[in-house]
Structure formats: C-alpha cells, structure tokens
Design a protein around this ligand. Structure first.
Ligand code: AMP
Ligand code: ZN
Length: 114
C-alpha cells in the first residue's frame, strides 16, 4: 500500500527496531514508547484496521495473539502482566491506518485510558 509507514517497515523499505518476524508478521519497537516495553505486532498484509478484517483474515488475528506469548516471554512480562491495545479509527486513537497490536509492559497501567 503506497504511503503506508507500516507497509514500508514490513517490506524493509524503512528501518525499524525489529524484535521478531516470520512470513506473516513483523514485531518492532514503538518509536515513541509509552512503557519500558512497547512493541507493535504488525501483519505483513495491509489491513486498515480491526474493523476492516475479513473472514479470511481470521488466521492473522489468531497468529498475532500467539506471537504475544513469544514476545511477552522474551521480555519476562508474564509475572507482572502487560496490556494489549488495538486502537481502531479516530475515536479509538488510531494514528497509523495499518492494523497493529500494541504490547505494553514494564510498568503499572492505569484505567480508564486517556
Ligand atoms: P496507533 O496510534 O494505535 O495507530 O499506533 C501507532 C503507533 O506507531 C504509535 O504508537 C507510534 O508511536 C508508532 N509509530 C509510528 N511510526 C513509527 C515508526 N516509524 N516506527 C515505529 N513505530 C512507529
Ligand atoms: Zn500498510
């Protein structure tokens, strides 16, 4: 997808701090971390948001959730816990229109979110 930052990253046209990748997903550190651990799980396929997922994309979401375990174990987040966030659309606070799952950990989160 032209002009999509995350397409640029997953296709190796833009540099990022990649911590895991496989044929379907790339995980990299957020450029503006909101917690000591802040990684983004990004499918290689350009899907604009959670709301734009089609039935044939169901495997992508289950794959993303499986990878959460790998990443949270890598950063030893299991014991103290962590937060997963998917911002969707304007009111959800989504700023990059390419589906991604935030993993935030290493500090106590607050609720409600801002
Ligand atoms: P969202 O607001 O949910 O769409 O999240 C987008 C996230 O992407 C934000 O937390 C940004 O800090 C992060 N971000 C934007 N550009 C980059 C980049 N080039 N590399 C890594 N993270 C980025
Ligand atoms: Zn994209």
């Amino acid at each position: 997808m032209a002009d999509c930052i995350f397409c640029e990253i997953v296709n190796n046209r833009m540099k990022s701090d990649i911590v895991y990748q496989d044929e379907d997903l790339v995980v990299f550190n957020d450029i503006t971390p909101q917690a000591p651990v802040h990684t983004l799980i990004v499918p290689r396929k350009h899907i604009e948001s959670l709301h734009d997922m089609k039935p044939e994309d169901a495997d992508i979401m289950s794959h993303m959730v499986r990878i959460v375990k790998i990443i949270t174990e890598k950063y030893r987040l299991k014991e103290d816990g962590y937060r997963l966030v998917v911002n969707c659309g304007i009111n959800g606070g989504q700023t990059v229109p390419h589906l991604h799952l935030h993993i935030l950990g290493g500090r106590r989160m607050t609720w409600p979110p801002g």
